[in-house]
Design a protein around this ligand. Structure first.
Ligand code: CA
Ligand code: CA
Ligand code: CA
Length: 376
């Protein structure tokens, strides 16, 4: 028995120390940047604007006169919005020592987006403040990775910042400390003397990225390894509630008296006989519907026709309405970038004549609350 045990241990040791691939070992590594010399660079001012930055048409522009940068969502399926991130950066040891200027930006931290959190399922009508719909994305997480900004020429930098921004969108930038236009743009100032430069870079956000306030951080690093101040602000992705349908007609076909007739939608875009709807905006939304009486009229003050509609295919989601009811808002909420089927249903309780009958429905959309971040 002892002998057998000894052989087992010997084999195990051989496997451990053979240097082969039988067992993995973990080795710690560490480093420190070499001690820095000189002084740190300074990010004096920063801003976001419509991009791309290499097109002077966009220089210094955003989509609202409010202080800071605000941008419209494109409102087009799968479209992108280019945002430019810019800063004026200097280094007391000379701009040649600036090694890089970097930007990071983050989703709004006060809302989430899809997917649904499976451990906290969606609620009817988006839930309540106490029990809302939760989402697993967004919540302040970084959008993409860090962005390296590009140095503009002296002439481009001065035209962009000291003319377009200063003269036409004065409240766009965020300043560090007590720096101001007079100091940065002086005739004998740093941009003129090329002791500072404008740096810019571009990133796209997409049509379905949630509306809200996006945190932006910009900092610089010099050759010896000194970090500048980090200058932060927010830009706003302005809310847009918008949708489109792939149908312009609901043909109920042959309808029998007192028989509910359904027209089923589908999830396929471009099949106009199978109604579909999709979210073009950057908020969640409810679809709403209003319908006339298709000239089917009333009997004893009661309409001879009634309707039902729903978004999606859950039996519980049917909503009923009669002609000229105020807008009926439908469950489910149409999520960001979501395509859903729309189903319609009609019930005729009396035909006033032989027909045919024609009418119109009006579709509309209403903002629905964002998903929320589950408290951590
Ligand atoms: Ca330096
Ligand atoms: Ca603005
Ligand atoms: Ca369809």
């Amino acid at each position: 028995m002892k002998k057998a045990l000894f052989i087992f241990v010997a084999v195990a040791l051989a496997a451990t120390f053979s240097g082969g691939s039988v067992l993995a070992i973990t080795v710690d590594t560490n480093l420190m940047p070499a001690s820095a010399g000189g002084e740190a660079p300074i990010v004096k001012v920063k801003w976001e604007m419509n991009g791309p930055y290499y097109d002077p048409y966009f220089w210094g522009t955003d989509d609202s006169s409010q202080a800071g940068a605000q941008f419209h969502a494109p409102g087009i399926w799968e479209a992108t919005k280019t945002v430019s991130f810019c800063a004026v950066v200097t280094d007391p040891d000379g701009v040649a020592q600036i090694n890089g200027v970097y930007a990071d930006f983050y989703y709004p931290n006060d809302r989430a987006f899809h997917p649904e959190d499976p451990s906290h399922p969606d609620q009817i009508d988006g839930g309540t403040p106490a029990v809302p719909d939760y989402g697993l994305s967004g919540c302040g997480e970084q959008v993409g990775d860090e962005l390296s900004l590009t140095q503009l020429s002296k002439a481009d930098g001065i035209e962009l910042f000291c003319n377009q921004v200063r003269n036409y969108n004065n409240n766009l930038p965020t300043w560090y400390s007590s720096y101001d236009y007079d100091e940065v743009c002086a005739a004998d100032g740093e941009l003129e003397k090329e002791d500072a430069y404008v740096y810019c870079g571009d990133r796209d956000i997409i049509w379905e990225d949630p509306a809200g306030d996006y945190l932006v951080e910009i900092f610089a690093l010099d050759d010896p390894g000194n970090f500048s101040n980090t200058l932060t602000n927010y830009f706003e992705y302005l809310p847009l509630t918008a949708y489109e349908t792939d149908f312009t007609l609901v043909d109920y076909g042959n309808v029998s008296l007192n028989v509910q007739k359904n027209i089923a939608g589908d999830l396929t875009w471009g099949t106009s006989d199978r109604p579909s709807v999709r979210n073009l905006g950057n908020t969640r939304l409810y679809m709403g519907v209003v319908q006339d009486d298709m000239d089917l009229g009333t009997t004893g003050g009661v309409y001879n026709v009634s309707y039902r509609a729903r978004v999606g295919n859950e039996e519980a989601d049917w909503s009923g309405y009669v002609p000229y009811d105020p807008t009926t808002w439908l469950e489910d909420i149409l999520d960001l970038s979501e395509i859903e089927e729309m189903d319609f249903s009609i019930l005729v309780t009396k035909f006033p004549n032989q027909g045919p009958f024609y009418g119109q429905m009006t579709l509309s959309a209403m903002f629905a609350n964002f998903r929320e971040c589950f408290p951590s």
